[in-house]
Design a protein around this ligand. Structure first.
Ligand code: EAX
Length: 323
């Protein structure tokens, strides 16, 4: 009797050991709240991974900057302290320089143009470049076209930007663009923006509609200008250290789950863009809709002169031609 018990015990122990060796947890970090386009993307990633791995890999979502700003999180991926993120390309150019080509103002015509470029040759070429920077670019998700908010006065012309303390992402092209337009750009991580706006150390910021609504921006900003001055891609990225620890099959699961995340982000952005402007208006924001985009494009043009050569003039031309 004793012998068979110990054999059963041994079998159970080895099964549990095998199971625990299999069962893994990974963090997926992002800066918007859970109730946002990135949150929908994260949930889609986690659900798909649950399905594909049969529960062996659990994705823990870390929303609202829980693991730091986008730049911090990318550094975390490089050293392996964080496994996954969904991030805007804002700070990515500081790690993967060629990605800066995506961040130029008034480069993308509309969502269709942006999505087809990112899902096509150009987008795939750029994803492949993450690997030489200790990261793996899994898929292009979406942040959306960026618009300007501020608490001083309605911005109707580029001249209205003059002297405004405008937060930008930690992105050289965006800083140069708003400098050229006469604003005084202040780069900072999203995790500091709401407090800085509340304290008045900055007058405004710029972000896509889903980021504005997810953060109830109407509570601290009065004016919204639908400038659409930059298309802001988001990207699903994995730490290369953790990627290299996966089997080929598991790596395929990561790509599948990232695709599901990308689709979910785009679906939420498409659904919320218009409704989001209404929500901002209903909550008291004054919305400038009739924006002279040509005038804004001319005002930020010096950013091209300053950076296009360095960050891929040829790539920028290819993107323009892909309209
Ligand atoms: O990625 O930092 C920003 O303004 C980003 O748009 C935001 O964190 C979502």
């Amino acid at each position: 009797m004793r012998f068979s018990n110990s054999l059963a015990g041994l079998a159970l122990a080895s099964t549990l050991l095998a199971a625990s060796a299999e069962a893994r947890e990974m963090n997926l970090a992002f800066t918007p709240p859970l109730n946002s386009h990135y949150g929908d993307a994260g949930k889609a990633f986690a659900a798909r991974m649950e399905e594909l791995s049969g529960g062996d890999i659990t994705i823990n979502l870390k929303p609202a900057g829980a693991l730091g700003g986008e730049r911090d999180v990318l550094e975390g991926l490089q050293i392996g302290s964080i496994e996954l993120t969904i991030t805007s390309t804002g700070p990515v150019g500081n790690f993967v320089p060629s990605v800066y080509a995506l961040d130029f103002p008034f480069l993308f015509e509309d969502y269709e143009h942006a999505r087809s470029v990112l899902d096509g040759e150009i987008g795939q070429e750029l994803l492949a470049q993450f690997e030489s920077h200790d990261m793996v670019g899994l898929a292009w998700a979406e942040n959306g076209f960026r618009h300007i908010t501020n608490s001083v006065h309605p911005i109707e012309t580029p001249e209205d930007l003059s002297g405004l303390k405008l937060r930008t992402m930690e992105n050289q092209v965006h800083i140069a663009a708003f400098q050229a337009a006469g604003a005084s750009p202040t780069p900072m991580s999203w995790t500091e923006v709401l407090t800085s706006l509340q304290q008045g150390t900055i007058d405004g910021q710029e972000n896509p509609i889903p980021v504005l609504t997810a953060n109830n921006i109407w509570e601290i900003q009065k004016y919204l200008t639908l400038s659409g001055h930059v298309y802001s891609p988001a990207v699903v990225v994995m730490s290369k250290i953790h990627w290299d620890g996966l089997s080929e099959e598991e790596q395929g699961w990561m790509r599948e789950a990232a695709k599901a995340a990308a689709e979910a982000a785009r679906a939420t952005v498409s659904a919320n863009e218009e409704a989001g402007v209404e929500l901002l208006r209903e909550n008291g924001m004054e919305v400038v809709t009739d924006v002279d985009k040509a005038a804004f494009a001319a005002a930020v043009q010096p950013a091209y002169e300053q950076f296009a050569e360095q960050y891929g003039a040829e790539l920028i031309e290819r993107i323009r031609d892909a309209k």
